[in-house]
Design a protein around this ligand. Structure first.
Ligand SMILES: Cc1cc2nc3c(=O)[nH]c(=O)nc-3n(C[C@H](O)[C@H](O)[C@H](O)COP(=O)(O)OP(=O)(O)OC[C@H]3O[C@@H](n4cnc5c(N)ncnc54)[C@H](O)[C@@H]3O)c2cc1C
Length: 386
């Protein structure tokens, strides 16, 4: 790490503080129009902020207790892709409502036969005048049931190499022919869905980028990561972190068992390593370098670290750990840990599995031979390689 944090009276901090004084409880729309939701985006949607400026805005909003709108797929993935390849009309129509959290977005990428090998997707889009007619099935679509739009990739030319005949669309989720079926997770929650598309008509105006040019845009979508210093909770930024588990143990009078003490120490060491890897990534971005394979290394370590935290929490909870929610008799509130324990297997699957991340490290860091290339196609690993 070789950067200094901007001082308390940095003029860029003063600008944010003055705005917050005028907007003590800003709406999502106000934050979006001020450029504070995605400061690294170009004006008028962002501030063209460099990494240090982004960190300043993050810190000032956090200090004022202001939360940004929650629209992870919209702000994290759809927006940057529209900025990169969308038309001016698309930018004007979609970006502010997306930043303001007024229109939630989902990602219609994975299919029953296309996850790690995403380019194997079978959903078809056939041109009919000014429209495309889409038929197929998507799966694991987080938040489809709350979404106004989905970013959709579909096969538009089945007669070329599989990664060449794919086109990228904005799909209105209330279009006729879309059926959303819930998938209930073992946490008891409902985030995922299956999405069936039957003769769904999407205007050509909703196409992003060139016809058959969707694979390179999918790479833009998947490669997007903002600069952020806080890694948050151990479940992809959600939920508790190793330090919370240590606090629970300290608050409960400590731990005498030598094996568990050793596990707790290991978790603390892993959390520190992850923090330092994150700072190294931020340093690289400040130098203007693009994220490299260290993002895969961090993902492997962070996801397995999250699983170990949740396993140890369950173990430490003893018999209480068998209950979903326990607060009686002075026992700690286990709900967050219980939910985290049940969610944590998803960490090493979503966003590119741990195996696929290892393939990337094997090829790009260790120089080992390429993953098996079925039908001369390319895999999700290729998409994540950028
Ligand atoms: C919490 C969560 C949220 C998600 N949200 C979305 C969403 O909103 N939209 C969306 O489109 N998708 C979403 N997904 C789906 C996710 O992208 C896929 O689950 C993921 O890409 C893996 O694909 P798959 O499930 O088809 O598994 P597969 O690709 O079938 O993999 C099965 C097993 O084979 C292994 N494997 C596969 N290929 C290789 C290889 N080349 N080398 C070594 N091992 C390999 C995998 O590691 C895995 O263990 C989400 C998943 C999760 C867990």
């Amino acid at each position: 790490m070789d950067f200094d944090f901007p001082p308390h009276d940095d003029p860029r901090r003063l600008v944010v503080r003055a705005w917050l004084a005028e907007h003590p409880e800003p709406t999502g729309r106000a934050l979006a129009e001020a450029g504070y939701v995605a400061p690294h985006w170009p004006a008028p949607w962002g501030l063209d902020a460099d990494p240090i400026h982004q960190i300043i805005v993050d810190e000032e909003l956090a200090a004022a207790g202001v939360k940004r709108p929650s629209n992870q797929i919209g702000i994290g993935w759809a927006g940057p892709t529209i900025l990169h390849a969308g038309t001016q009309e698309q930018k004007e129509r979609y970006l502010f409502p997306l930043l303001a959290g007024e229109e939630i977005w989902c990602q219609l990428f994975s299919e029953p036969g296309a996850g790690s090998d995403l380019a194997n997707l079978g959903t078809r889009a056939v041109r009919d005048g000014d429209e495309w007619v889409v038929n197929g099935q998507k799966i694991w679509t987080s938040l489809a049931h709350h979404s106004a739009f989905g970013i959709l990739i579909a096969r538009t030319d089945p007669d070329v190499a599989k990664h060449q005949g794919i086109t990228y669309f904005i799909c209105p989720m209330d279009a006729e022919g879309i059926e959303i079926r819930p998938i209930i997770e073992m946490t008891g929650g409902h985030t995922f869905n299956e999405v069936f598309l039957t003769d769904v008509r999407i205007p050509d105006a909703n196409r992003v980028g060139d016809v058959h040019g969707g694979w390179s845009l999918a790479k833009v979508t998947l490669g997007n990561e903002r600069v952020s210093l806080s890694s948050g909770g151990a479940l992809w930024g959600m939920g508790p972190a190793a330090s919370d588990l240590l606090d629970e143990v300290r608050g409960g009078g400590g731990c005498d068992d030598p094996v568990r003490r050793d596990h707790l120490a290991q978790l603390h060491i892993e959390a520190e390593l992850l923090r330092l890897i994150r700072l190294r990534t931020v340093t690289a971005r400040i130098r203007g370098e693009q994220p490299g394979p260290e993002a895969s290394i961090r993902k492997i370590l962070a996801d397995e670290h999250g699983q170990r935290i949740m396993e140890l929490a369950k173990d430490l909870a003893g018999p209480h750990g068998m209950l979903e929610h326990q607060r009686a008799g002075g026992a700690p509130d286990l709900w967050g840990w219980h939910w985290g324990y049940l969610f944590s297997p998803a960490l090493t699957v979503g966003g590119g599995t741990g195996d696929v991340q290892r393939n990337i490290v094997a090829e790009r860091v260790l120089g080992l031979p390429h993953d098996i290339d079925v039908e001369a196609g390319r895999s999700w690993a290729d998409a994540r390689r950028g």
